[in-house]
Design a protein around this ligand. Structure first.
Ligand code: A2P
Length: 348
């Protein structure tokens, strides 16, 4: 039966793609509600041939809504989603607001769909960098046992929202015109200092913690352990991360070094990854085939290549993983969770 859906943050980089992914899904929708800040009220968007008007989100916006997909920032989720849950809706939240709450499942459908069974109204979408890393590593964890991850990310501007994406393009234009680059958003909006991303690299994503790691780096560490259940069942998984913003509009890259309990051959790893849901292997150095952001953009899969053993440490390997941060990293993962809920009779 058809459901009533609200998109919170419907005008943003992720919200726009949530609408697209929902439009392409099999989900039958009765009423669609597009919610954003008061600045966007009155804007229109078309969905499956009908024009919808964006409304300012309020605590009363969720009456009769069955499903909320939210990506309007953590503060907005914290404030508004409890009202949606009270109104009886299931919320799939793309922000970090509830991810580490023990009562909230943190779900990648290819990896831990059974965690959907114990939701209490809110289901969290993991961080974009965590999702693509675990789509690639979880099949190896299941087969060979994962002991350690050392990841360096190459994260696209759009991960910081539409305004950061626009800022990168403006800076590139300014640079080519011979003008000084202006920066007011990246690395983090609201931070005391801003630096240009165009023709640069920024080794800061989200705010710094007192220990010198960024919040983004800790998200990758904590979320990976929660999703793979290594905090409870297997305390042996070690994770460390360095997160870097690169001047790419869409598509995160990750250089991942990982250590397994077993010592499979690279051929074994490739076979396992080829059979894994949501993974496309792009690993053919002789033909210069490897994952790239420009070829991953617009795709739902996570692309894996450059698989190599660390010859000096048996059981340890390197690979390179790319995915569209706005799709598998955000909008597609959220819509895929909704589809999985419907398949399991947990929604509608
Ligand atoms: P708006 O476009 O009206 O500012 P992005 O991640 O691309 O920056 O998008 C953020 C999304 O969150 C946008 O849709 C934005 O709407 C929305 N948003 C920002 N602040 C609020 C708020 N206070 N209430 C509801 N939606 C908000």
């Amino acid at each position: 039966s058809a459901i009533n859906v609200a998109i919170l943050g419907a005008t943003g980089a992720v919200g726009t793609r949530m609408i697209e992914q929902l439009e392409q899904s099999e989900i039958k929708i009765n009423q669609l509600k597009l919610l954003a800040s008061p600045r966007s009220a009155g804007k229109t968007k078309s969905f499956r041939g009908t024009t919808y008007t964006v409304e300012a989100a309020t605590p009363e916006s969720f009456v009769d809504i069955d499903l909320v997909l939210s990506s309007a920032g953590g503060a907005v989720s914290k404030k508004l989603l409890p009202f949606a849950v009270k109104a009886g809706a299931i919320c799939i939240d793309n922000t970090s607001a509830f991810r580490m709450d023990p009562k909230v499942p943190l779900v990648i459908p290819e990896v831990n769909p059974n965690d959907l069974d114990w939701h209490q109204g809110i289901i969290a979408n993991p961080n974009c960098s965590t999702i693509q890393m675990l789509v690639a590593l979880a099949p190896l964890d299941q087969k060979y046992g994962l002991r350690q991850i050392v990841v360096s990310t190459y994260q696209a501007a759009s991960g910081a929202g539409q305004s950061a994406w626009n800022e990168l393009l403006d800076q590139a234009q300014q640079h080519l015109n011979g003008n000084p680059e202006t920066a007011s958003i990246l690395p983090v909006s609201g931070a005391p200092k801003h630096y240009p991303l165009a023709f640069n690299l920024l080794p800061q994503i989200d705010v710094f913690e007192d220990d010198g790691y960024t919040h983004e780096e800790w998200k990758m560490i904590h979320e990976s352990k929660k999703i793979l259940r290594h905090d409870m069942d297997n305390p042996d998984l070690k994770v460390t991360a360095t997160c870097v913003r690169v001047p790419v509009p869409v598509g995160h890259g990750e250089s991942i070094y990982f250590k397994l309990n077993q010592n499979p051959t690279v051929t074994d790893l490739k076979k396992t990854l080829e059979a894994a849901a949501g993974v496309t292997l792009q690993d053919d150095p002789a033909n210069q085939l490897y994952p790239q952001p420009i070829t991953a953009e617009g795709q739902r899969d996570t692309f894996v290549g450059r698989i190599r053993p660390d010859y000096e440490n048996p059981g340890s390997y390197n690979f390179w993983v790319v995915s569209d941060n706005l799709l598998k990293g955000a909008a597609w993962n959220a819509v895929q969770i909704a589809e999985t809920l419907l398949q399991r009779n947990l929604l509608g």
